[in-house]
Design a protein around this ligand. Structure first.
Ligand SMILES: *[C@@H]1O[C@H](CO)[C@@H](O)[C@H](O)[C@H]1NC(C)=O
Ligand SMILES: *[C@@H]1O[C@H](CO)[C@@H](O)[C@H](O)[C@H]1NC(C)=O
Ligand SMILES: *[C@@H]1O[C@H](CO)[C@@H](O)[C@H](O)[C@H]1NC(C)=O
Length: 622
């Protein structure tokens, strides 16, 4: 009897919390690229489980199985895609079993994503996880669902099936890039939670999430990338029941703020009232920590409290909570002042603010489910796990403004592993243009050891800049033989490759030695004996003659000296003669010029002596 009563009371309290419920369905785009008749963008609703690729896209081919069309049992035939083909998006019908079970079967079958076609004409709904106690959580498979899940309308499902049955290939691009808005350079998010830790797997996984996400959350907050606020749902007791046992054990402040009994049984364990007080404590802890400029301490409090003060060990007490607060160095008195007196028939400003915040605004619906994560004022859909949530938060930043934590290896989608993501690569040098990010892969020419590669990233990248020859020899050919090395990377600055002299080829893949002897390029005189070497040639002259490489001829030692000496002397003589002649001419010109110039100046300063040049000159005649 008692249990029944408490259960009923719990139901009404829940109902009052959600009687004005407006639940917002979060959507993303589904773009059909083929068949032609279906081309276009459609909406689909993101499931509340699995891992949506927030910020990214995913391309696949739709498969509607011949049997097991509702996906409620294991798929006999593999849904894995063959190498070189698009991943499989399995299309199943709604109904007969939980959405989560369909998704789990699809994932086990090898599908990359699951599309669930609605079985009735209605606006899109959010596919949720089953509540505890429905027999669905016997197995913890829900936690293991890692493929994205989306609900599509009945109409779209029917069109896809029709196209598939006529033998067409249905290609779909799921796009989560705009699933979250990014209004500014800071992502604001809030987690609606409860201090109740006795609600089975849902509570356990929430605590697990807090523990695993703490590090990232604190880092993002400290660096100013995010602004996080925790929130707590409370319900109020209807006027007529304020004096009832139910309200007394589940509410504080005379029925103003209530929470359901953790075990749904008033007679044992902790009461709803204990939960409300602890929730208030956590909210107040955040206020005080926030005022002191360290809002991220909330994460420490939450995880420490979960470890040190669990309900099941009977440590869910004020005393235990106080010791955690003290250990974190937060002002306990301020926290207590904020909590006030739970027995007083008075409002509590913190909980009033929480109740106001519970009501949906703009694009966000009312918060009715715990836990609920809201990012940039949109309800988050998907699994509450570190990787999935971080991905969603990261996608709330504009591309290129995301913090580096978003680009760390755990956030990668591993799209570069297959076929190098379709990007350029130099396998030999282990250099790739594929960069894996939480948004999916990008093909971008890399920077390797400070050398910037330039190109389109897909078909071509090449080293550029002053050190380009230092990396993989600038992508050019290089060869060594007999202790000699030749390179086709001729210049550290200019682009391209060119075989060095003595070689011929494209300079990239190969440079072939030119056989100067065979090709009669050198050492062809009658006395010459030609021998090709790698990159050059040797030439020997017979009869004690010497080979002169510049002129490619054989000459005697003396002749060589005289010949070359004679030429040198001749040149020097000619130069000397030319120089002397030039000098004489120059001197003469200078003289003439100075003469006339001085005359002109003198004429200016001696206007009285206004005689023209001619008389002066003519004087000599006298
Ligand atoms: C936290 O502190 C900031 C500034 O110090 C303030 O703007 C914000 O409203 C505070 N948040 C809460 C929930 O008190
Ligand atoms: C290529 O480079 C990556 C990192 O730059 C390294 O992890 C990998 O082991 C390298 N592979 C080979 C074959 O050298
Ligand atoms: C390019 O510069 C590096 C470093 O200054 C030098 O070691 C290398 O020999 C240069 N290569 C060529 C082809 O000039």
């Amino acid at each position: 009897m008692r249990t029944k009563l408490s259960f009923l009371s719990c139901v009404w309290i829940f109902l009052c919390g959600s009687c004005v419920g407006r639940f917002v369905v979060e959507k993303n785009n589904l773009r059909i690229s083929s068949p032609k008749s279906m081309r276009g963008v459609y909406e689909c609703a993101i499931g509340n489980f699995g891992v949506p690729k927030y910020g990214g896209t995913m391309i696949g081919t739709v498969v509607y199985p011949k049997s097991n069309q509702n996906g409620c049992t294991r798929f006999d035939t593999s849904l894995s895609s063959k190498p070189g083909t698009f991943p499989t998006f399995v299309l199943v019908d709604r109904g007969d079993c939980y959405f989560t079970l369909k998704a789990w079967n699809a994932q086990k079958g090898g599908a990359a994503a699951i599309l669930v076609a609605d079985d009735r004409v209605e606006p899109l709904i959010t596919m949720d996880t089953p509540e505890e106690g429905n027999g669905a959580t016997d197995d913890d498979y829900i936690e293991k669902i890692s493929i994205p899940a989306a609900l599509i309308s009945k109409g779209l499902g029917d069109s896809m099936k029709k196209a598939l049955s006529s033998g067409a290939m249905v290609n779909v691009n799921l796009d989560w890039r705009e699933a979250l808005p990014h209004p500014d350079e800071r992502v604001e998010y809030e987690l609606w939670t409860s201090s109740n830790d006795e609600c089975g797997p849902k509570c356990d996984s929430e605590i697990q999430f807090l523990k695993s996400f703490k590090g990232a959350a604190q880092l993002l907050e400290q660096k100013g990338f995010t602004k996080f606020t925790p929130h707590y749902i409370t319900w109020y007791c209807p006027e007529a029941f304020i004096l009832s046992q139910q309200c007394k054990s589940q509410c504080i402040n005379n029925g103003r703020y209530c929470a359901p009994d953790p075990e749904l049984d008033f007679s044992r364990g902790y009461n709803g009232r204990d939960v409300v007080i602890q929730n208030l404590r956590q909210a107040c802890f955040f206020r005080v920590a926030n005022e002191s400029g360290k809002p991220w301490q909330w994460w420490d409090y939450m995880t420490d409290f979960a470890i040190r003060c669990p309900m099941r060990e009977n440590k869910y007490t004020e005393e235990c909570s106080d010791s955690v607060i003290k250990s974190l160095g937060v002002d306990l008195k301020k926290v207590k002042d904020c909590i006030g007196d739970p027995r007083a028939d008075a409002d509590n400003s913190v909980l009033n603010a929480e109740q106001d915040a519970q009501i949906g605004k703009d694009s966000r619906g009312d918060v009715t489910i715990l836990p609920t994560l809201v990012i940039n004022n949109r309800q988050y859909r998907g699994k509450l796990s570190k990787g999935a949530v971080l991905k969603a938060i990261c996608s709330g930043f504009q591309e290129t403004t995301e913090p580096s934590i978003c680009l760390t290896p755990d956030m990668e989608t591993n799209e570069c592993l297959e076929n190098n993501g379709g990007c350029w690569q130099d396998k030999a040098a282990n250099i790739t243009a594929c960069r894996d990010t939480f948004r999916g892969r990008v093909c971008e020419c890399p920077i390797v050891q400070n050398v910037q590669f330039v190109g389109d990233g897909y078909t071509h990248c090449e080293a550029s800049g002053t050190l380009r020859c230092a990396i993989n020899n600038g992508g050019c050919w290089k060869g060594s033989q007999g202790g000699r090395t030749y390179s086709a990377c001729i210049d550290n600055r200019t682009k391209g490759c060119k075989c060095p002299s003595g070689f011929r080829g494209d300079g990239v893949n190969s440079c072939e030695d030119v056989d100067e002897c065979k090709e009669k390029l050198a050492c062809q005189c009658p006395e010459c004996e030609c021998k090709n070497t790698w990159g050059s040639y040797d030439c020997k002259c017979s009869d004690g003659l010497f080979y002169n490489r510049e002129n490619d001829m054989c000459i005697g030692k003396y002749a060589a000296t005289v010949a070359s000496g004679g030429i040198v002397w001749m040149v020097i003589l000619i130069l000397a003669a030319a120089g002397a002649g030039g000098y004489a001419f120059y001197k003469y010109r200078i003289r003439r010029y100075m003469d006339s110039e001085i005359r002109a100046i003198m004429a200016q300063y001696m206007p009285l002596d206004n005689q023209p040049e001619i008389p002066t000159q003519t004087r000599h005649d006298v």
